[in-house]
Write a protein that binds this ligand. Structure first.
Ligand SMILES: [Mg+2]
Ligand SMILES: [Zn+2]
Length: 261
């Protein structure tokens, strides 16, 4: 642990977590729009995309370790190998992330949500602050978000990217130990600030977040992806109303009429 602290002091630490949400007026009930990043805002999984900077054989060996090491362990090893064996530094990693495609229509959805003065827009993601901020900067949309809840990342003095866990948790089996999205949502909802919450996502840890939503809230599940496949088994666990969507165009059509004030 001592080395991590040293690295943080030496490197450029990236901000991006928990900014902004506390600044909204607590006396006026607001709408929270919380959105996953990988395969929800962007089309690909950013960790898989960055791992493809490694030679295919090395990449495949690391993918096989995911069940044991988890995604955070996977990307940490990928970033370490990229830097030490292949001389790929943070700038090249950032460039790879910046070139990832948005889900069609999703940039428009984000801009529309942020334009609504009642809405606090935030990202809840098991990616990391470096990847997310690089991508948002590419489209100049960092300013749309009141908060980004994700694993913090640092750039070490050597140029290697270091990703740290958002939290250490053992309470939730649906989520990895480094981030329970449900606990993030629970904290936001229990602030009492939100008359309505919208959550948009595609996978099982998004299901955990949606389980915390209330009857007046809306869960938006991406059709054809992991969570959609498990909906039948978990439909009884959800109190919120559910919208299913395939791309941003459809999400815009289904969601926007429901949150017009
Ligand atoms: Mg996702
Ligand atoms: Zn969880």
């Amino acid at each position: 642990m001592f080395s991590i602290l040293k690295i943080i002091r030496l490197g450029r630490c990236l901000s991006g977590i928990r900014r902004g949400l506390s600044q909204s007026n607590p006396l006026t009930p607001r709408i929270l729009a919380a959105i996953d990043f990988d395969k929800t805002i962007i089309e690909q999984d950013s960790y898989v995309a960055v791992s493809q900077l490694l030679p295919p054989k090395q990449c495949k060996e690391l993918v096989n370790l995911i069940p044991k090491s988890g995604w955070l362990g996977f990307i940490s090893r990928v970033l370490q190998l990229l830097h030490s064996e292949h001389k790929v530094n943070y700038a090249s990693v950032g460039m790879r992330v910046r070139h990832l495609q948005a889900v069609p229509g999703m940039l428009r959805v984000l801009r529309q949500l942020a334009r609504n003065p009642e809405v606090d827009l935030c990202i809840v993601s098991d990616a990391n602050s470096f990847f997310i901020e690089e991508w948002l900067k590419q489209y100049a949309i960092e300013c749309l978000f009141a908060g980004v809840f994700t694993n913090p990342a640092c750039i070490q003095a050597s140029g290697e990217v270091l990703v740290l866990p958002y939290q250490e948790q053992t309470d939730c089996e649906l989520c990895p130990s480094n981030l329970c999205k449900g606990s993030v949502l629970e904290e936001l909802i229990s602030s009492g600030r939100y008359k309505r919450v919208v959550y948009v996502g595609d996978s099982c840890n998004d299901l955990c977040a949606m389980k915390r939503l209330r009857a007046k809230d809306i869960g938006c599940i991406r059709r054809g992806y992991e969570m959609y496949g498990k909906m039948a088994a978990h439909a009884g666990d959800l109190s919120c109303s559910v919208v299913t969507w395939r791309d941003g165009h459809e999400l815009e059509m289904l969601l926007m009429p429901k949150i017009v004030s």
